[in-house]
Design a protein around this ligand. Structure first.
Ligand SMILES: Cc1cc2nc3c(=O)[nH]c(=O)nc-3n(C[C@H](O)[C@H](O)[C@H](O)COP(=O)(O)O)c2cc1C
Length: 198
């Protein structure tokens, strides 16, 4: 039988493991947490959820970054509510992570510029979609993507980097010898954590 992981009965190590997995998710496109689900609340107070690519996880700042089109539903919902949550489950590590808190769209600042500069050309193309994401079109292919460099560059106007400042973090590790669930809330520069019944 494989030994229990070192974090199994170590609350602080569980938090470190959560951030390690999130960082790995942002760095490697085959990692379990590369494509978490993003939850927002719409104008009617109803939950909406969809996949995003995790671009950065900063354990020191306690922030997560993803990118979206500022014309999209998620961008409008984040701008209106100011909050978002992310969720992922990695079958390889048998870990579920839930993270939520205030979310901010960066469109015209240095952070957005750096995120755009750091994006691959094939990612930038998506921001030049015409008409806007979510528009009703007469056929499935009734939209266009930019084809030349100038048109792709113009997509910068539609680009947003979103920073979620994690205020609540939850970790669930599945093991038949004993599941482990732990949660933390941000308290200034520190995190207050507790074991939870799975
Ligand atoms: C694997 C995968 C990765 C995706 N990554 C992103 C992303 O990083 N940003 C994004 O805005 N949409 C991404 N999408 C598309 C969204 O899930 C969603 O369908 C779309 O953005 C419309 O969402 P909205 O109308 O709620 O804004 C991704 C979808 C998949 C399947």
């Amino acid at each position: 039988m494989t030994p229990l992981p070192a974090f199994h009965d170590d609350l602080e190590a569980c938090r470190a493991e959560a951030w390690r997995l999130l960082r790995e998710g942002a760095r490697r496109n085959r990692a379990g947490f590369h494509t978490p689900a993003l939850a927002t609340i719409d104008g009617q107070g109803r939950p909406r959820v969809r996949t995003v690519v995790l671009r950065e996880a900063d354990p020191v700042a306690g922030t997560l970054r993803f990118h979206c089109d500022r014309r999209s539903g998620k961008a409008a919902e984040i701008a209106a509510s100011g909050f978002a949550a992310l969720h992922g489950y990695d079958p390889a590590s048998k870990v579920q992570i839930r993270a939520g808190g205030p979310a901010r769209l960066h469109t015209d600042d240095a952070l957005a510029d750096a995120a755009w500069e750091g994006s691959l050309a094939m990612s930038r193309v998506c921001y030049g979609t015409v008409p806007a994401p979510g528009s009703v079109v007469p056929t499935g292919g009734g939209y266009s993507l930019p084809e030349d460099a100038a048109a792709i560059a113009a997509g910068r106007a539609n680009f947003a980097a979103v920073i979620v400042t994690v205020e609540t973090l939850e970790f669930l590790y599945l093991d038949r010898r004993g599941h482990r669930r732990a949660g933390w809330t941000r308290e200034g520069a520190d995190w207050a954590g507790a074991w939870l019944v799975p």
